[in-house]
Design a protein around this ligand. Structure first.
Ligand code: ADP
Length: 183
């Protein structure tokens, strides 16, 4: 199962991704987590990403593309994967298309979790990550609206997008996702 999970900060991606990876037995690839680890370890990628992240801006495409394709090449991705936080721009989505075409393993489904914007900021503020300050969250929401929403449209045109209403309890949202994937 090769899945992509799209949703604004605070939509509950992490929670749902955890459940989905257990259900399908595929690795959960969160580019946010991978970047935070790179920053922590002060790798070259980490140093390139750090400043963008603390400002709530997207990391430049070439940086993230190097990081993710190296990860997708590992053996544990043979049965599939769940991508969380990638692709976030149409250009990233196009690179991913080239990649999956190249290896002959197409994407199965893209899930977009939709949550009312007024709920998002409150949810994220309760979390307390370093980039979870109100002004940075607002900037991340802007980046989502301006750069990532078009990724959902890109996949809608391919006919593999499932939009899920995420304004519900985690259990209800998970049931909705499973129902959409069952189709
Ligand atoms: P959230 O979805 O809550 O904003 P993430 O953990 O997915 O948080 O991402 C945190 C930060 O990492 C983003 O604000 C951005 O700076 C960077 N990032 C993660 N994935 C990408 C990506 N695919 N392209 C560019 N930047 C990314």
């Amino acid at each position: 199962m090769r899945l992509i999970f799209i949703g604004p900060p605070g939509a509950g991606k992490g929670t749902q991704c955890l459940r989905l990876t257990e259900l399908f037995g595929v690795p959960h690839l969160s580019t946010g987590d991978m970047l935070r680890e790179a920053v922590q370890d002060q790798t070259k990628i980490g140093r390139l990403a750090q400043d963008h992240m603390t400002r709530g801006k997207l990391v430049p495409d070439p940086v993230i593309i190097d990081l993710i394709f190296e990860r997708l090449d590992r053996d544990d991705c043979d049965p599939g994967y769940l991508l969380d936080g990638f692709p976030r721009t149409v250009s990233q989505a196009e690179s991913l298309d080239d990649y999956v075409r190249g290896v002959g393993k197409p994407l199965d489904c893209v899930i977009e979790l939709q949550v009312d914007e007024d709920k998002l900021v409150t949810r994220v503020l309760g979390r307390g990550r370093e980039d979870d300050k109100e002004e940075v969250i607002r900037q991340r929401l802007v980046a989502y609206r301006e750069q990532t929403q078009s990724v959902a449209e890109y996949y809608q045109q391919q006919g593999i997008l499932e939009r899920i209403d995420g304004n519900a309890t985690p259990e209800e949202v998970f049931d909705r996702i499973k129902a959409a994937l069952d189709q």
